[in-house]
Design a protein around this ligand. Structure first.
Ligand SMILES: [Zn+2]
Length: 469
């Protein structure tokens, strides 16, 4: 870890140059000549100066006639694009190693987790939400970053996901009744988690109890749901739901509900049978939109299933960026190992339906966020979020809105919009500088030249070079 800090400091020295020995504070910087994309959805503004001091943005002004204040280090960013640091809203950064039996361990592999955190930063991600994890480990990792012991994005975290039943491995915890829900929420709140995660088999009644108990403790509730519909969860007061679709039988035509079991393969049937114009889906979109409840589509984690046999994922040249424990687990098995070639072919045919639901949520006024769901099979830390942005673009969402989804919307979903998620005076200086225009093509979010984390310059290639393979 110390090595990494040394590299960051060296990179800083190179970047800033060694200038006539004048008094220049390291954290007082004028980024000049840059095109600013504010993250709020406003059009890019060229030829700007962004002044940083004390880890914050203190001023955003036109470059023309601007005199940088005495003592500020001037960094020429002419021809470049500056936007808020990205927020990965679904990053299980507490990496749980998989045993030979294919079961996740109950606690994290510290080294793999630290590596994932650093990799995310190198991809311009300055904040992550960890939506399910062993609570103690998740809080410990969050605190390591907060204390400066680990260089990485700020972590906001949930703890062990609450489900009706739980296997004796992995992070899940069984909360089959009201008492167990309440005591688990209290346990996690006592450990210091930021949010509570409810999982797919929990009944609407117990999702309601969780929300009541969590809100009383000042914690948000995030749902990966199926038995409880998104409509019910919205009415119960949930704070966010994750994944591209609710997959609940209740959204299907009545005659089809009984036969639908809801496995991953059954989701193809769901996509085929669901009527987006029907009253159930329309009511769901309205229920989420009216209350401003964000949906985190994590399209990439479905794409890696629908194309789970495809070399673009299985032989992705960037696989080396994933922790070895994750890569080994993915090689051993995935969620779609039992799919036949016909299943993959059908999945690809139905993929546009999933994109259409995403677009309908967006156009229906539901705030979307951007998440990768690392380390699910073939979802590489950092790489996965940039893939997600392009998939949101594929859904028909204009690039400027996708960038807002990946920055400001994430900040709002975390209740941190006064601190992060936009390029405005007063905000934390979490910034990404790109060599190419991301509003021209979302692939350009990968063209990262500079990252500023809490106002400190981070050289992305220097960080990656310390990680090796
Ligand atoms: Zn997840």
């Amino acid at each position: 870890m110390r090595n990494l800090y040394l590299i960051v400091l060296l990179a800083l020295a190179v970047l800033l140059g060694c200038d006539e020995g004048s008094v220049r504070s390291e954290d007082h910087m004028a980024l000049v000549g840059v095109t600013v994309i504010d993250g709020l959805g406003n059009p890019p503004v060229p030829n700007q100066v962004v002044l940083l001091r004390g880890g914050r943005i203190v001023e955003v002004a036109a470059e023309d006639g601007y005199e940088p204040p005495r003592g500020a280090r001037v960094i020429d960013l002419a021809g470049k694009y500056l936007m808020p640091g990205l927020i990965d809203m679904h990053a299980h950064v507490t990496i749980l190693p998989m045993g030979e039996d294919g079961h996740a361990a109950r606690s994290m592999d510290r080294e793999a987790s630290e590596r994932a955190v650093q990799t995310l930063l190198a991809f311009g991600i300055t904040t992550v939400f960890n939506p399910a994890a062993p609570a103690e480990d998740a809080v410990a990792l969050r605190e390591a970053v907060a204390a400066g012991d680990l260089l990485g994005p700020r972590i906001v975290t949930a703890g062990n996901p609450l489900n009706r039943t739980a296997p004796p491995f992995g992070p899940f915890v069984a909360t089959p009744d009201e008492d167990s829900v309440r005591s688990e929420v209290q346990r996690q709140a006592g450990l210091g988690v930021d949010a509570i995660k409810v999982y797919s088999a929990l009944s609407p009644e117990l999702v309601g109890v969780t929300i009541e108990e969590a809100h009383a403790a000042g914690k948000r509730v995030v749902g990966h749901l199926q038995r409880t519909t998104w409509t019910q969860a919205a009415e119960l007061g949930i704070d966010a739901v994750t994944h591209a679709a609710p997959w609940s039988a209740a959204y299907l035509p009545e005659a089809e509900r009984e036969g639908y079991k809801g496995s991953i393969l059954d989701r193809l049937d769901w996509l085929e049978m669901v009527d987006f114009d029907g009253p159930e889906i329309q009511e769901m979109i309205a229920a989420l939109a009216e209350r401003g409840i964000p949906v985190d589509p994590t399209l990439i984690v479905m794409h890696t299933k629908f194309w789970g046999d495809d070399p673009r994922h299985r032989e992705n040249p960037e696989l080396g960026l994933a922790p070895a424990v994750s890569r080994e687990a993915w090689q051993r098995g995935t969620f779609v190992d039992d799919w036949a070639p016909e299943d993959f072919a059908r999945a690809r045919e139905l993929w546009p339906r999933l994109l259409e639901l995403t677009r309908r949520l967006h156009e229906g006024g539901v705030p979307l966020t951007a998440g990768s769901d690392l380390p699910n099979p073939w979802v590489i830390p950092g790489v996965g979020l940039h893939q997600e942005l392009r998939l949101l673009g594929d859904a028909g969402i204009p690039p400027l809105e996708v960038l807002k989804i990946a920055t400001h919307n994430g900040a709002v979903a975390l209740g941190l919009e006064d601190e992060i998620g936009s390029v405005e005076a007063g905000k934390v200086a979490n910034l990404v500088v790109l060599a190419s225009d991301p509003t021209a093509a979302l692939i350009n979010t990968r063209a990262i030249s500079h990252i500023f984390l809490n106002g400190v310059f981070v050289d992305p290639s220097a960080v990656l070079s310390t990680l090796g393979d």
